[in-house]
Ligand binder design. Structure first.
Ligand SMILES: Nc1ncnc2c1ncn2[C@@H]1O[C@H](COP(=O)(O)OP(=O)(O)OP(=O)(O)O)[C@@H](O)[C@H]1O
Ligand SMILES: [Mg+2]
Length: 337
């Protein structure tokens, strides 16, 4: 059997892995449950996320990435060890028998690159490539990345928002802010605490977010929220009008617009007409916020498209990059230090 290539996207909220047959082989939350007494990882992915905020003190449920980058090196390594076992269970191969292409945040620092490289080399990886995540997203979203035209991609994840203009197989200009969906969850939890004296977990806050519209006055609804009453200490269910969250939503929208503007401002004038005609492609889980396409269209007056599989564009494009290495600029082969 020939060598297998896999494309890996280690996101703040989700890790996705595609094989070179364009087949998804892993898609789970970037979360692990860790027993501090036994120094042992108990669960990863969905099973670990299920345990969040429900375990005794000696077991912690961790998200080792924050803002799109590794915040806890050791826990990311332990998570990736488990991820490798899962991948081996599906493919019959270890990482060291494969070519790995891994996406990076646009503008990742050398330290960030080294951290990911060190983790993968310590797992025995022999062949490793890095690709800029937004270039991968452009490929995965089906845009004509290799043509000398403007492909503008906006990736709204849990930890960061990135916009890039891709033309002729490379990134012409890009911009990133390391605050995104997770920050909105925190803002929602904060509002419920300050205004209603109710403590809620971040998972509950995330579920509230999924029910909101960009313009809460367009789709008014009462949202049921379960938490702990800070005054009595008892569990409580409250109903909060969706309109109460407009300021938090506006902050999130402002960040998206800021990143898009920063990219468009620095794009070559020769491509402007092109951008006006072909518009922007949204991807990443945050692009599923209801009403976002219409809202962004009203702001910048260009067509706004949604990628066919917003959670998967980066990983799919990363795996597809293997066939296009000769046409891609922001891909590099990495060697162990
Ligand atoms: N319907 C929805 N409305 C708003 N946000 C959503 C919706 N569905 C998912 N999300 C958000 O999408 C984010 C996860 O998206 P994604 O998997 O693309 O992030 P990631 O790639 O792990 O993060 P990053 O790229 O920032 O490192 C989470 O913040 C999640 O709450
Ligand atoms: Mg992502």
């Amino acid at each position: 059997m020939g060598k297998v290539t896999i494309g890996i996207d280690i996101g703040t909220a989700n890790i996705s892995i595609y094989s070179d047959m364009e087949k998804m082989i892993f898609h789970e939350p970037t979360v692990l449950a860790y027993d501090m007494k036994k120094n042992k990882v108990l669960e990863i992915g969905h099973e670990a996320k299920e345990l969040a905020e429900k375990t005794p003190e000696s077991i912690v449920v961790l998200s080792p990435l924050q803002g799109g980058i590794i915040a806890d090196f050791d826990m990311t390594l332990r998570l990736m060890q488990k991820v490798e076992s899962r991948v081996t269970a599906v493919t019959g191969k270890r990482f060291k028998q494969m070519d790995l292409i891994v996406s990076l945040l646009p503008g990742a620092t050398n330290i960030e690159r080294q951290a990911i490289g060190d983790i993968l080399f310590s797992l025995g990886v022999k062949s490793l490539y890095f690709i800029e995540g937004s270039l991968a997203a452009t490929i995965g979203a089906g845009l004509p990345f290799e043509k000398p035209i403007a492909n503008v991609i906006v990736d709204i994840g849990a930890g960061k928002i990135s916009t890039s203009l891709v033309s002729y197989g490379g990134i012409v200009t890009s911009s990133t802010v390391r605050k995104s969906g997770d920050e909105l969850d925190r803002d929602i939890a904060q509002l419920v605490r300050n205004k209603h004296n109710v403590l809620i977990g971040l998972e509950t806050a995330e579920q509230v977010k999924w029910q909101l519209h960009c313009d809460t006055s367009l789709e008014k609804k009462m949202i049921e929220i379960e938490g702990r009453d800070l005054v009595t200490g008892f569990p409580i269910t409250i109903k909060v009008p969706s309109t109460e969250f407009q300021e938090e939503i506006d902050e999130f929208l402002k960040r998206i617009l800021g990143v898009v503007q920063a990219t468009l401002e620095t794009s070559p004038p020769e491509l402007s007409g092109n951008i006006r005609a072909s518009g922007l492609m949204l991807t990443g889980g945050g692009s599923l916020l209801e009403g976002l396409q219409d809202w962004l269209h009203d702001q910048i007056l260009v067509p706004i498209h949604l990628a066919p599989a917003p959670f998967e564009s980066v990983a799919l494009g990363t795996s597809m990059a293997a066939e296009h290495l000769d046409k891609l600029i922001n891909v590099e082969k990495v060697t162990a230090r």
